[in-house]
Design a protein around this ligand. Structure first.
Ligand code: MG
Ligand code: MG
Length: 251
């Protein structure tokens, strides 16, 4: 199955190093988020980590994308371009970024509040993290991609939220996006089989309203059609003998 090839131990080590850089980017960005800070400043912080680690960005220049992070605020779910608009108290911010080390890729996203969040947004963040955890728990040898989607969708729908339509996770390795697609909805027992050493980027995207979205005039930002807020969380994960190993997390 293309994209779900087993990686060698050396290849997995390179992916661990790439994942570690992504985790450090997340760490430094989270520490900086505050009212008055711009998403362009967050992008600069992410660039500093890449430089410090001698890693390169798999976002910058991707189909012409102009930054090393996607910064998506409030009703923008994914693919927001960083800019000079200051964040304000109560904003819901999703950041997605990646890194390449020795030709191997990492890719991960988180969602957080800028200051205190309204109750629905706070719940959206909690449910996004819970959906990612529930999905990752299914990433075991012999499992199926459909098991992952079923677990994510059950968590999201159980909370009364929607899974963003039309966007999916993916295999990852020597390219950021490799086959197969890993949808956030699915049926248990269906889809490609997971094997030891396979590497995937799984990324629940959810909205507080309906599932439909529209690409904004900048050609990148994907916003909800109904103006409801959205969350996006992601990890790069290796399927180990004993279960999933999250590569984009600090030890
Ligand atoms: Mg990503
Ligand atoms: Mg991804």
């Amino acid at each position: 199955m293309a994209g779900l090839r087993a990686r060698t131990p050396e290849q997995l080590d390179a992916m661990r190093r790439a994942g570690r850089v992504v985790a450090e980017m997340h760490h430094d960005i989270r520490a900086l988020v505050a009212p008055g800070v711009t998403t362009a400043q967050l992008d600069a912080a992410a660039r500093a980590v890449l430089e410090r680690r001698g890693a390169t960005s798999n976002f910058l220049g991707y189909h012409g994308f102009p930054a090393v992070i996607c910064a998506s605020v409030n009703e923008v779910a994914i693919h927001g371009i960083p800019d000079d608009t200051p964040l304000v108290d109560g904003d819901l911010l999703s950041v997605d970024c990646g890194a390449v080390v020795d030709g191997w890729h990492g890719d991960a996203a988180f969602t957080m509040g800028v200051g205190p969040l309204d109750p629905t947004s706070a719940r959206l963040v909690e449910v996004a993290d819970a959906a990612l955890a529930a999905g990752i728990a299914t990433l075991v040898p012999g499992g199926r991609v459909g098991d992952y989607g079923a677990a994510v969708a059950a968590t999201v729908h159980g909370a009364g939220f929607s899974v963003l339509a039309d966007y999916v996770g993916h295999g990852i390795g020597t390219a950021m996006h490799e086959p197969p697609d890993i949808p956030n909805e699915g049926r248990r027992g269906r889809g490609p089989k997971l094997r030891v050493g396979a590497t995937v980027a799984v990324e629940p995207m959810l909205t507080a309203g309906g599932p439909d979205s529209v690409v904004l005039d900048d050609g990148w930002a994907v916003a909800t059609c109904d103006g409801s807020r959205a969350a996006h969380v992601e990890h790069t994960v290796a399927i180990g003998e004993d279960g999933p190993e999250i590569l984009t997390r600090l030890p």
